[in-house]
Ligand binder design. Structure first.
Ligand code: NAD
Length: 336
């Protein structure tokens, strides 16, 4: 590998532009290129980072550049093509969550990475939120005992997710999958065995998504996990993302409260909460969990062991999330 990790970002939208900014500012990394099917957008983002080139497709990128790492930030159903092309060139992969929108695509990506012997990780940035990481330590340190029940909530306003992803992404694949990854990560060694889920559709049906999903999952050791995600809070709701994770065990319990960013802005017309955790950006620097995660990606490319989600982890979270969706569609308990 070159002295600096040579990185390209594919997909220069909401997430990709932040990935580009963080890689460009990371010691030990060189942001070589940004790709977007909207070449104007790729050029605009590339122009912010000296020495960064712009391309309109991953094929043009791979034909022109020698890279160590590609970060894929295209929509979920388009991860596969870019991932397979990068793997064929032996370039390590970091892919925004979920790994793909179908198991078939996810399995094709992990198989291609295995065949090419490249590294593959998927962007579950909440693993880099110290609150969840510390909670997981409590389990590992034996403070919780045998987990009995988990409850994971992630509710946000109808003006955020549905506006951006409505009609393109099911709520579960975009939102619940974060908590599914966290719960599978916390319950290391346990396998989900059955799931029952229901959705509601009173408000957002016309935008092609669900208001709420509720799911109950049973694990191999008898542990129960309850998931609740919503894209239906009113615009004026106090929290941007009302998130909570609770675990009750035979020895102890924990409660991770992520609803409150701790920063509220109000003027005569309105009030709003400002992100201080996931990707707060100020003084030209994107910070927070996303920055921590991408720094870990760079260290991992150099050979360290990091708490990143592997391709296999991401396949497990996709499989369980898709089972929730199937249960909600059929009204049946899905056995895994
Ligand atoms: N980790 C998180 O918390 C988090 C949050 C939001 C989104 N995401 C994930 O990040 C990924 C991107 O989401 P986003 O919100 O940035 O979407 P976005 O729509 O803002 O950006 C996607 C970009 O990809 C480009 N694109 C589409 N097809 C392309 C192709 N074939 N080649 C090159 N560029 C192409 C689009 O023009 C667009 O600019 C998705 O997988 C999404 O689920 C993760």
């Amino acid at each position: 590998m070159s002295t600096s990790v040579k990185v390209a970002v594919i997909g220069a939208g909401f997430m990709g532009s932040m990935h580009a900014s963080i890689f460009a500012q990371s010691p030990g990394a060189k942001l070589v290129a940004v790709v977007d099917q909207n070449l104007d957008l790729a050029q605009t983002i590339a122009a912010k980072h000296p020495g960064c080139r712009a391309y309109g497709s991953h094929d043009e990128l791979l034909a022109a550049e020698t890279l160590d790492l590609i970060s894929i930030c295209t929509p979920d159903n388009l991860h596969r093509d870019a991932a397979l092309a990068a793997a064929a060139k032996g370039v390590h992969l970091f892919i925004e969550k979920p790994i793909a929108s179908t198991m078939e695509d996810g399995e094709a990506i992990t198989a291609a990475a295995d065949k090419a012997k490249i590294k593959l990780s998927v962007g579950y940035l909440l693993r880099f939120d110290p609150r969840y990481a510390q909670a997981r330590r409590l389990i590992a340190d034996g403070k919780i005992g045998d987990p009995i029940h988990l409850y994971a909530r992630r509710n946000s306003a109808r003006t955020e997710g549905p506006k951006r992803y409505g009609g393109k992404l099911p709520l579960a694949l975009h939102v619940t999958v974060h908590d599914v990854d966290l719960v599978l990560w916390m319950l290391e060694g346990q396998e989900p065995v059955s799931v029952y889920a229901q959705t509601t559709d009173k408000l957002l049906g016309t935008s092609g998504t669900q208001d709420t999903i509720g799911a109950i999952v049973r694990f191999s050791s008898g542990t129960l996990a309850t998931f609740e995600s919503a894209w239906s809070l009113p615009a004026g709701a106090r929290h941007m993302i009302d998130a909570r994770l609770e675990l009750i065990g035979t020895q102890g319990s924990f409660e991770v409260q992520c609803g409150d960013s701790g920063l509220y802005f109000a003027d005569a017309a309105s009030s709003r909460e400002i992100d201080t955790q996931h990707w707060p950006s100020f003084d030209g620097v994107v910070r927070g969990d996303l920055r921590e995660e991408l720094q870990a990606v760079l260290r991992w490319i150099r050979g360290t062991d990091e708490p990143l989600a592997t391709g296999r982890d991401a396949l497990r979270s996709l499989a369980l999330t898709r089972a929730m969706m199937k249960s909600a569609e059929t009204g049946e308990i899905v056995k895994l």
